[in-house]
Write a protein that binds this ligand. Sequence first.
Ligand code: ADP
Ligand code: MG
Length: 344
Amino acid sequence: MSETVVKLTDVWKVFGERADEAMVAIKSEGLTKPEVLERFGCVVGVQAATFEVARGEIFCIMGLSGSGKSTLVRHVNRLIEPTAGSIEILGRDVGSMSASDLRTVRATQIGMVFQHMALMPHRSVRDNVAYPLEIRGVPKSKRWAVSDHALELVNLIGYEDRLPKELSGGMQQRVGIARALASDPEILLMDEPFSALDPLIRMQLQDQFKALVAQLKKTTLFITHDLDEAIRIGHRIAIMKDGVIVQIGTPEDIVMNPSDDYVREFVQGISKLKLVKAHSIMEPLASYSGSLDGAPRADEGADLDQLIDHAVGTDLPVVITEAGSDVGIVTKPRLLRGIQGGKE
Ligand code: ADP
Ligand code: MG
């Protein structure tokens, strides 16, 4: 069983002076977001958010601009107080922490990275990374050692003495990640960290970041408005719309079983080739009446791309195996529908 690091239970955020009053009416009368705006002049930023993130997991929060992603994630370090609901970090209720406990938790257990890192222009890369440690009074030799180690993790060795303006946008974001990692936090909160970068640089950083998190076992809440990015790096994805989490699932779940038209629209443009696995499109062995002699075999974890390679050389279905035994078949029609995303 993996350990829960971040847990949100029925978290609501209503913005506006009459938020508490609005919250009561929402709970008792089930008001919708537009009704709350009309009756109380309040904006519902997040509605009934409940989820848990396990140690080492990258949990992506994806949705259009204004859907409540930043509001949601800022509850984790209590930059925002919930109107209702609770937030726990490693079993501790964030809402009931004292100011000094909260400061300690923010400084030691949570690293945050934003779209624009706002590095300090007149400080070297090393001093930028070491800055949070400096604030905490860590002596220079210690903080430089920590900073250099963090810069090594993001492949920026050799740039320690440069100024931020001498670095490309992608490198500056990596400095931001190093700064977030410097205190060796349990949790990373990433709010669209790669959204301002060029596509190619972005993809490189996504892959590097995923490898880094796997190596360091950081628990990550990663915000993006780009489903491709969420799929590339997320173990699970929460899709937000108008403050509501409309679906939570693995990338494959989301792509194969979008919960509504909003999710379906996002999913339409996504290539299924590397994402959809044999186990999710196979049919029972018994559904094939002919002989399977000489049929190609592939593991249940094989993706569509690999299944196509097996399927092109034969008229027979591909037999799917699990731990060496035959468990199902994938016929050509099934494979083609799988590429379309499981359409019947
Ligand atoms: P996202 O990060 O998905 O783009 P946000 O969390 O920034 O979305 O915003 C969600 C909603 O909450 C938006 O309608 C936004 O206008 C509103 N909102 C965010 N912050 C405030 C605030 N401080 N006061 C009033 N409304 C806010
Ligand atoms: Mg945002």
